[in-house]
Design a protein around this ligand. Structure first.
Ligand SMILES: Nc1nc2c(c(=O)[nH]1)N[C@H]1C(S)=C(S)[C@@H](COP(=O)(O)O)O[C@H]1N2
Ligand SMILES: [Mo]
Length: 529
């Protein structure tokens, strides 16, 4: 026999744990709002990638080749899509978990979001060509997350506080809390969906132009044929022709202007007899010129990589200026890009016999959007900042004393001729090489003049001549290589070039500002076992 339990039922006195609204839902809707906002921000800023794709790319890059192969085999070209869906599934679970966590500790849930943001930020930071701007969407997304979680869970948190004062408030309050939660969660979910849709559309300008670029057929443009003998067969030496995807990119805007060929035109005006405007079709009807031209940035440090050599196709500028009838008093052309960037180019470099051109193709294909699609200027022998206007739409023939160009007002030199320079690619700094003959190789350039000789000196010894590979012309860089027998131990090799007019590259060290770095490139390495 058991006696009835006469103790009062204490459970009746403690407030029931009233689960008026699911915390995990709050976590999920806030999480997706954060993702949508980050995605939208990435599209609007034209960041390299949105955070989720960034993580997907990071995973793809770090996945062993075999697994990638397997994924491509199984999912074909949808392998990235499958991965993104997988990431979103994991994120949904994590968001739900963080929502549940927020009931006990709101700070801990925010901490969880912070960790996710850090993972996204890291994935974007390790991308090739990653820029500081790529991180901004992460910050904005994180703020949206925190704000949304706070807003959606506020009714529950207020109810919990009210409960702790007076447990008997009962069902009517619960209903109010639930309604308020549902409204807020609904708003946040709608904002997330809206952000996602707008984000998709925001990138459309770029997509449209990419599409126009893909469909563009340029009859006069020929495939690049790398001349024989330009590239010594040395492992680790840069390719002689720089693939467009690896070509350095410098511009001042976050989002490159998107111009379809139909929309493009160039106005030539100012100190001319006749103002002319050229459409893309007009341009294609003219005689084409093609050339291997090495383009480099004035900000390229000694030994740096802000340089590339490509096959450029387009229309020479000199005849166009002649058609417009340039005033003898003019000494420069102020070039303006669709994005507002401008530069003043010495008139002489545009009217002499060199291949200064309005380029429409790079390496046999329409210009990549990042390199100025549909038309940019290329002038052999001048740094990019005074000549290589991308998305160019306006040439004003004028005088240097009349204009303020983007970089020149910031203290950079007015004329911007390239300086003779040379670089060592092989061996790498700090490399240990096996005993025996050591191969040294690299490039030298002096566009529009040409290189006649390259010399190296090991450990401060005498200059000795390296072997020049074939030169494709005076406008592109020339590669060189040589072999030296060295004793075991530490060594330093430096290089200098001599141009076609016999001028020797200076050893005097000057910084990139105001008109390009000088000094000799050197590499330190070890011979031994
Ligand atoms: N519209 C525009 N054109 C520009 C620039 C720019 O900032 N905006 N930068 C110039 C500089 S400094 C260089 S070195 C070259 C680089 O060209 P690339 O990005 O195709 O390598 O473009 C030039 N043309
Ligand atoms: Mo530059």
């Amino acid at each position: 026999m058991t006696s009835p339990d006469l103790r009062p039922d204490t459970r009746a006195e403690t407030p029931p744990v009233r689960q008026v609204a699911p915390w995990w839902v709050a976590g999920v809707v806030s999480g997706y709002l954060g993702l949508a906002v980050a995605y939208l921000a990435a599209r609007l800023l034209d960041a390299t990638d949105d955070p989720v794709s960034g993580v997907a790319n990071a995973i793809i890059r770090r996945t062993p080749g075999g697994a990638v192969e397997w994924a491509i085999q199984s999912f074909g070209h949808h392998d990235k899509l499958v991965l993104v869906i997988g990431i979103l599934a994991v994120l949904t679970a994590v968001f739900a978990g963080l929502g549940v966590l927020a009931e006990r500790s709101f700070g801990a849930a925010i901490g969880g979001f912070l960790v996710l943001a850090a993972i996204g930020g890291l994935a974007l930071a390790v991308q090739r060509d990653s820029q500081a701007i790529d991180q901004l969407p992460i910050v904005v997304g994180f703020l949206a997350w925190s704000f949304a979680l706070s807003a959606v869970t506020e009714p529950m948190r207020l109810a919990a506080i009210a409960d702790s004062y007076d447990a008997s408030l009962g069902a009517s309050q619960d209903a109010g809390t639930r309604r308020s939660f549902l409204i807020r969660a609904g708003i946040v979910a709608s904002l997330a969906a809206f952000g996602g849709v707008v984000g998709r559309m925001a990138g459309r300008g770029r997509q449209q132009v990419e599409q126009a670029r893909k469909l563009l057929r340029l009859e006069q443009v020929t495939e690049p044929q790398q001349p024989a003998g330009v590239h010594p067969d040395v492992p680790g030496l840069a390719p002689w022709q720089t693939p467009s995807d690896d070509f350095y990119v410098i511009h001042t805007v976050f989002t490159p202007p998107t111009i379809t060929p139909d929309e493009w035109s160039l106005r030539i005006h100012g100190m001319v007899e006749r103002e002319i405007t050229i459409s893309f079709d007009d341009l294609l009807k003219r005689e084409f010129t093609e050339d291997w031209i090495t383009l480099n940035c004035v900000s390229n440090e000694v030994g740096g990589t802000l340089i590339g050599n490509a096959w450029w196709s387009g229309v020479r500028i000199a005849p166009l200026l002649a058609e417009a009838g340039v005033s003898p008093d003019a000494d420069c052309v102020l070039q303006t890009s669709k994005d507002g960037w401008n530069c003043s180019t010495p008139l002489a470099a545009l009217t002499d016999d060199r291949n200064a051109m309005l380029a429409v193709a790079m390496n046999g294909r329409p210009l990549p959007v990042d390199h100025g699609f549909p038309v940019r200027t290329i002038v052999p022998g001048l740094y990019g900042y005074v000549s290589g206007t991308k998305w160019v739409v306006d040439y004003e023939v004028t005088r240097f004393d009349q204009v303020d160009a983007y970089w020149t007002v910031r203290g950079w030199g007015e004329q911007g001729p390239v300086k003779i320079a040379s670089r060592i690619d092989v061996p790498r700094d700090g490399e240990t090489l096996p005993p025996g003959a050591v191969t040294i190789a690299g490039e030298a350039w002096m566009q529009h003049t040409g290189i006649s000789r390259v010399e190296i000196a090991v450990d401060g010894g005498a200059w000795q001549q390296a072997t020049l590979a074939t030169a494709a012309g005076v406008d592109s860089w020339v590669q060189w290589s040589t072999q030296v027998d060295l004793d075991e131990g530490e060594h330093v090799v430096k290089v200098r070039a001599v141009d076609a007019e016999g001028r020797v590259q200076t050893a005097v060290v000057r910084p990139v500002l105001p008109d390009g770095a000088t000094g000799l490139h050197e590499r330190s390495f070890r011979v031994g076992t």
